[in-house]
Design a protein around this ligand. Structure first.
Ligand code: NDP
Length: 336
């Protein structure tokens, strides 16, 4: 596998805790870091043994690198990705890809025009558990799919209670943070998302940012020649003691994944049909972020596809933006 040379854009928690390790585990080299703050860039580079630091994005784009990993706050993704693509770099961008459909589409179009890989760093669709669910559903194991439910209610760790909660920060709130991830799992499983209704609230006493921290969403999916499918998601920063899960219900059976929506690969998949319930064995030994980095690397090599392409990231964003609009307006929002 090619040893990709990576420039990191954003001295973030997710880069530090997950993605630098995954870059290295996929055979890549983390060449250096761009941050808006020189001190943060230097501290980050020292902690993670990277030789280069800069506070000028154009300087990073001039380094000898093949690809950039963007994990800045959500409002910066669009500008940084466009500049990286114009500089001829492949882009792995954190979710949400951008703050509007138009921006995300411009990123996808530019990557296509320049023949570069653009991927969204959605870690869940690459999970072996979710891949197995898609395989079983596509094989007709549970008959015709009727509905799905995602429980993705977690307690936001204290260290992450910054920009995610701030109403004044573009791109904050639980819907762009978590509902977006749910959509990255549901879209490839259920068909085309066509309509979204959501209710969002602010619950936590520690949420002084004013942005919504809990949301429930219903999505209508359509597939050629089949009855519409209903999906329901519960996304929260405020729930401390729940397990995450995915349920998929069909005319001939039900699939339930517990621990389905975490950053770890662990989890259990149970199939129930008229013959009873059985646990399906799934090899969960690979780290989800390493799976993503390997898939991205093979896409650059031309031997594979990313876990979530730019187009997949765009569709997940469409669902999340529709949920956000619905929560604000109280109306169902239709997706073209
Ligand atoms: P962080 O808050 O850790 O970092 C985001 C930005 O905030 C950094 O780029 C940095 O700016 C700035 N920053 C970091 N630390 C400080 C500080 N101490 N003081 C001031 N500014 C600081 O964000 P996350 O890692 O939580 O999220 C980053 C992105 O990754 C988001 O788009 C998020 O949605 C996504 N994400 C994805 C996950 C996944 O599983 N795919 C999981 C978690 C997050 P600068 O650029 O200037 O260095």
């Amino acid at each position: 596998m090619t040893a990709l040379k990576w420039g990191l854009i954003g001295a973030s928690d997710i880069a530090a805790t997950r993605v630098i390790g995954a870059i290295r585990a996929s055979g890549g080299d983390a060449v250096g870091i761009y941050s808006g703050s020189g001190d943060r860039a230097r501290d980050f580079a020292a902690s993670h043994e990277m030789p280069n630091v800069t506070t000028a994005l154009d300087e990073l784009l001039g380094w000898d690198i093949d690809a950039v990993y963007i994990s800045s706050t959500n409002d910066k993704h669009f500008d940084q990705a466009i500049r990286a693509l114009r500089a001829g770099k492949h882009v792995l961008c954190e979710k949400p890809l951008a703050l509007s459909v138009e921006e995300a589409r411009a990123m996808v179009d530019l990557a296509e025009q320049r023949d570069l890989i653009l991927a969204a760093n959605h870690h869940l669709p690459g999970s072996p558990l979710h891949a197995k669910v898609r395989e079983l559903v596509n094989a007709g194991t549970i008959g015709t799919v009727l509905s799905a439910k995602v429980a993705h209610a977690v307690l936001l760790p204290e260290r992450l209670r910054g920009w995610r909660l701030g109403q004044g920060t573009p791109g904050s709130g639980v819907i762009l943070d978590i509902t977006c991830h749910d959509a990255s799992v549901l879209n490839p499983l259920l068909g085309t998302p066509v309509a979204v209704s959501a209710v969002a609230v602010q619950q936590a006493a520690w949420n002084t940012g004013g942005q919504e921290d809990a949301a429930m969403t219903v999505i209508r999916y359509e597939r050629d020649g089949q009855a519409p499918v209903l999906a329901q998601t519960h996304d929260s920063f405020t729930v401390g003691y729940a397990k995450t899960s995915l349920e998929v219900h069909g005319t001939a059976g039900t699939l339930i994944v517990t621990d389905a929506m975490t950053q770890e690969t662990e989890g259990q998949l149970v199939l129930t049909t008229e013959s009873g319930s059985q646990t399906i064995d799934v090899d969960c030994s690979d780290d989800l972020y390493v799976i993503n980095l390997r898939a991205f690397t093979s896409a650059v090599e031309g031997t594979g596809i990313p876990t979530a392409s730019g187009k997949d990231g765009l569709l997940a964003l469409k669902v999340a933006l529709a949920a956000q609009e619905s929560a604000l307006s109280g109306c169902t929002v239709h997706i073209n």
